[in-house]
Design a protein around this ligand. Structure first.
Ligand code: ATP
Ligand code: MG
Length: 616
């Protein structure tokens, strides 16, 4: 039996024959009906190896590829009441060492594929001595072992203990911090997303993201498990392969293998082995801006039939929802997507490791506004706080509209503290109340006003300082006023527009504040600029000055257009679009802007590397 966690209850209610997970490369699929029995067996194995009946609160690190086995392992750790610490196989050994040490991992689990990697790390000098457990592979539902009736698993009222997940932040601004997300917080995040994005059992999600971040885990696995959606893993990301997968069901239709137009949205297709070769249309896709821009570039190079079928796949009756987040979505990418798909803009949302998803545009295409990350999600309370005076900006005061402030958040979806870092926890939470807020409406009546203090630090009443800066602006007349009842319950009031990070992106130049994101947007609007990153460069005269690095589009002929566009000309082109003090004083053209797996630019590094001489 398993503890009665909400995620297990949800899984046990889904049609046991419906697909939970698909491996894109092999076409193997795994049923919801087998999931809990597999979770049970891995949980038992872990407890046996540790010689304990549960692993309450222990950190269990694991290195498993994006697969059914990852899902089972992750859930098995929750089922043992332990804290799952997913590791990225892309991390070099020192990074893995840091996480094993910092999390004080009791165990390190590895799949066959990553056992050598695990052994390599365990051979190095560690402050901890994790027990190494090699995991076996599971059989998919096409196999003989799996074709019978699924094994029944009972759920017991034993509480969740300290079950949860620990994710490390991207390390964009500093050393990665360990963010502890108790199972209750993970579940609150899933419920908020279920309500906002309406995941359902007819959703079929294509998963192309790494699995050591919120985006790939909570948004793209944990929440789908609640709704009974199918998740197909395709990793590492490859733009051509993604397009071919999008196109596949429609290519088949054109060849006469599928009835009608191949549109199965809203209809459940049973996954009998006979139908395995017929891929289902993707209804749900979530990715980061760099993935979308790579998709857009690759689409141009596809054979015309695939191009056409891929376009069909993007129509709203097939692809219900395409979401972008983790970094700001550049306007040209959004525009090109709309042009390509002929359909709705990407839905942009804002989130972070510490809070899951916090702000989101709406399902109704009218509730998506370029440059905006939308409204506080169900259950999330948000406010803006003046950067200098710490005064809470009043959403009802017109004088405060358009004034930048730090986004602060609270509610049941927010984490409660950094692992082994009480100083950071104390620094990032604020304890004042009764100031005006917006957001916070939840369908099932959950309130966020409880004052329960958790063992790990912050009280539920505290506001988390995101370090991100935003302004609020009224939505255009149609946005946020949709007739859809679920939309109306949370999408209302002003929309949020993220300007960037307080530390790295808000440049203070000669007494003026400049938003790096705003300048990046304008640079990207120049037809020759492919990528842009704007940073604060130390300046004796101004305190800080605006620095920019850009990557140029290759011209059709091949040679880079460096010669045709000098930094001076780019600056000239920005006049009239930006106030003089916002125009980059230093502008460098580079071949490549370094980004991490989630498409984020490490600006500290960039400043060090590109603008080194400016420090002298
Ligand atoms: P670290 O905290 O270690 O410096 P990090 O903040 O980049 O790293 P994450 O938690 O992975 O680590 O990323 C959260 C950040 O991503 C947010 O604070 C915000 O700056 C950025 N972000 C996420 N979504 C968006 C968005 N839609 N627009 C702009 N920025 C976004
Ligand atoms: Mg952060």
């Amino acid at each position: 039996s398993l503890p009665r966690l909400p995620v297990f209850e949800a899984i046990s209610r889904h049609d046991p024959d419906s697909t939970a997970v698909v491996h894109s490369a092999s076409g193997r699929h795994f049923r919801y009906g087998d999931l809990l029995a597999d979770v049970c067996s891995v949980r038992n194995r872990l407890c046996e190896r540790a010689g304990r009946s549960d692993l309450d609160g222990e950190r269990i690190a694991f290195l498993v590829e994006n697969s059914y086995d990852y899902v089972v392992t992750w859930l098995a750790i929750l089922a043992s009441k332990a804290i799952a610490v997913p590791l990225s196989p892309a991390f070099p050994a020192p990074e893995l060492q840091y996480i094993l040490n910092h999390s004080q991992a009791l165990m390190l689990l590895s799949s066959d594929k990553f056992t050598p990697k695990a052994e390599e790390v365990l051979r190095t000098e560690l402050e901890v001595d994790p027990l190494h457990v090699r995991l076996e592979k599971f059989q998919g539902s096409g196999s003989a072992a799996r074709s019978g009736a699924p094994e029944k698993v009972t759920l017991e009222e034993t509480g969740s203990g300290s079950a949860g997940m620990m994710l490390y932040t991207s390390g964009t601004t500093n050393r990665p911090k360990g963010v502890l997300l108790p199972e209750s917080v993970m579940t609150a995040q899933a419920r908020s997303l279920l309500q906002a994005w309406e995941y359902s059992s007819s959703d079929y999600l294509l998963h192309v993201l790494p699995l050591h971040h919120i985006h790939g885990t909570i948004n793209a696995i944990y929440t789908p498990l609640f709704s009974g959606s199918a998740v197909e893993f395709m990793f590492p990301f490859n733009a051509d392969a993604v397009w071919k997968r999008f196109a596949a069901p429609f290519l088949a239709a054109e060849n006469g293998h599928l009835n009608g137009n191949g549109n199965t949205n809203g209809h459940h297709i049973p996954d009998s082995p006979a139908k395995l070769s017929r891929p289902r249309p993707i209804t749900f896709f979530t990715a980061v801006p760099t993935i979308y821009s790579r998709l857009l570039a690759s689409h141009k190079t596809l054979p015309p039939v695939v191009q056409h079928a891929a376009r069909t796949a993007l129509s709203p009756s097939n692809l219900r929802l395409a979401i972008s987040g983790s970094a700001a979505l550049p306007t040209p990418v959004q525009r090109a997507w709309v042009e390509l798909s002929g359909a709705a803009p990407l839905l942009e949302r804002y989130g972070m490791t510490e809070v899951g998803m916090a702000l989101s545009c709406g399902l109704d295409p009218a509730d998506r506004v370029d440059g905006s990350v939308g409204w506080p999600l169900p259950g999330v309370q948000a406010r803006l706080v003046d950067l200098d005076t710490q005064r809470v900006l009043d959403p009802n005061d017109p004088a405060d509209r358009d004034r930048p402030g730090e986004i602060q958040l609270r509610g049941p979806t927010i984490f409660q503290g950094y692992w082994r870092n009480p100083e950071a926890t104390a620094r990032e939470f604020v304890y004042d109340d009764d100031a005006p807020v917006n957001g916070g409406s939840v369908k099932n009546g959950t309130t966020t006003n409880g004052t329960s203090t958790t063992s790990n630090g912050a009280s539920r009443n505290a506001w988390f300082r995101t370090g991100d800066v935003a302004v609020r602006r009224a939505p255009p007349p149609s946005a946020g006023l949709s007739d859809r009842p679920t939309q109306r319950s949370w999408a209302r009031g002003d929309m949020y527009f993220v300007l960037g990070r307080r530390s790295a992106d808000i440049i203070k130049s000669g007494g003026e504040k400049v938003s790096a994101l705003e300048v990046e947007r304008e640079l990207l609007a120049l037809p020759i600029v492919a990528e842009a990153a704007v940073v604060a460069v130390p300046s004796g005269r101004w305190g800080q000055k605006v620095g920019a690095v850009v990557v140029l589009h290759p011209p059709p002929g091949g040679k880079r257009e460096k010669a045709r566009w000098s930094p001076l000309e780019m600056r000239r082109a920005l006049k009239g679009r930006l106030a003089a003090y916002k125009i980059p004083q230093v502008l460098r053209v580079v071949e490549r802007i370094p980004r991490n797996a989630m498409g984020k630019v490490n600006k500290k590094e960039l400043v060090r590397e590109v603008f080194l001489e400016e420090f002298s």
